[in-house]
Design a protein. Structure first.
Length: 305
């Protein structure tokens, strides 16, 4: 049992809003560490396109769950929730306050609210489904999902290929509906939870996104994607910044179009992130520049610890 009250401070927000810089300032002030909850930053091969903390930033404050996985590994929200929960329990032996930082709402929710009953599926099942997606298209997978799990089919985002494939692989591997495994995770937590959402006006955020994409291209994102081309069928690389440049390398679009699409898709992603966190409630919103107010809020919420 934990004797002193422990505090987990969640710093969430859309891509490019400035979560890393804010979290490092806060972690240094509160003399603690950062647990990354940006699912793209787990992968060591994806460096430039995932906006990871720089080497200098990583030396300023200890970070966990950065460069800890390979794109060839099967790693989802269930894996993360289990490993992060174990790590947090361990870290609370040395710290009274920890920061969980990222924009991957599904992964944050899996950790905080309990994971659905976790099913580990052999990689070949997913590879076969990816091949079906490539050869027969999304509609074929949707019909298959409707046959195997009509309940989940009615609630899933029909454009989210990754979740559709995840549901199908569980159905195929277990011969049970994917929905039968949902909402069975433990939701108990033994720490005080403080949830902060960083946001700013849309024009400022979108401008930062566009500038970040330009910087990534100048820093060599295209060369990084070229080196990863043999892995372009893996789910980890079916993400913004990589899939558009794979299309360019396949001769499907021009480089200029690919860059424009990266910017557009990143802006769309930021909008979806904000919708996700706003729909979850309990997040208190701050402008990333307003560090003093964030610090005072954290002190107030942890004062009785």
């Amino acid at each position: 049992m934990l004797k002193a009250k422990k505090h987990l401070i969640v710093i969430a927000g859309p891509t490019a809003v400035g979560k890393t810089a804010v979290a490092i300032k806060l972690a240094k002030l509160f003399n603690t560490v950062i647990i990354n909850a940006d699912s793209r930053q787990f992968y060591k091969e994806m460096k430039i396109g995932t906006a990871k903390p720089s080497e200098d930033e990583l030396t300023e404050v200890k970070h966990y769950f950065i460069n800890n996985k390979s794109v060839t590994e099967l790693y989802g929200a269930g894996h993360f929730a289990k490993e992060a929960k174990d790590l947090i329990t361990k870290l609370f032996n040395d710290f009274d306050l920890l920061f969980l930082v990222g924009g991957s709402g599904l992964y944050i929710d899996a950790l905080l609210n309990g994971v659905d009953e976790f099913v580990d599926v052999p990689i070949n099942v997913r590879e076969e489904l990816n091949l079906l997606y490539k050869t027969k298209g999304l509609n074929y997978l949707l019909k298959l999902l409707e046959e195997k799990d009509e309940h989940y089919f009615k609630q899933v985002d029909l454009n989210n290929t990754q979740r559709i494939i995840r549901a199908l692989e569980v159905c195929i591997h277990t011969n049970k509906p994917y929905s039968s495994f949902l909402n069975n995770g433990s939701k108990s937590i033994n720490f005080n939870l403080v949830k902060i959402l960083l946001n700013e006006d849309r024009e400022t955020l979108y401008n930062k996104i566009n500038l970040r994409v330009d910087k990534m291209m100048n820093d060599g994102l295209l060369n990084e994607v070229i080196q990863l081309k043999t892995y372009n069928n893996l789910n980890a690389l079916k993400t913004v910044g990589y899939k558009e440049l794979f299309s360019y390398l396949e001769g499907e679009i021009t480089l200029e179009t690919a860059i424009d699409k990266i910017k557009q898709h990143t802006r769309n992603y930021a909008k979806r992130q904000l919708t996700w966190f706003n729909n979850r409630g309990q997040y208190i919103t701050f402008n990333p520049k307003d560090i003093n107010s964030i610090v005072e809020f954290i002190k107030l919420k942890t004062a009785n610890g």
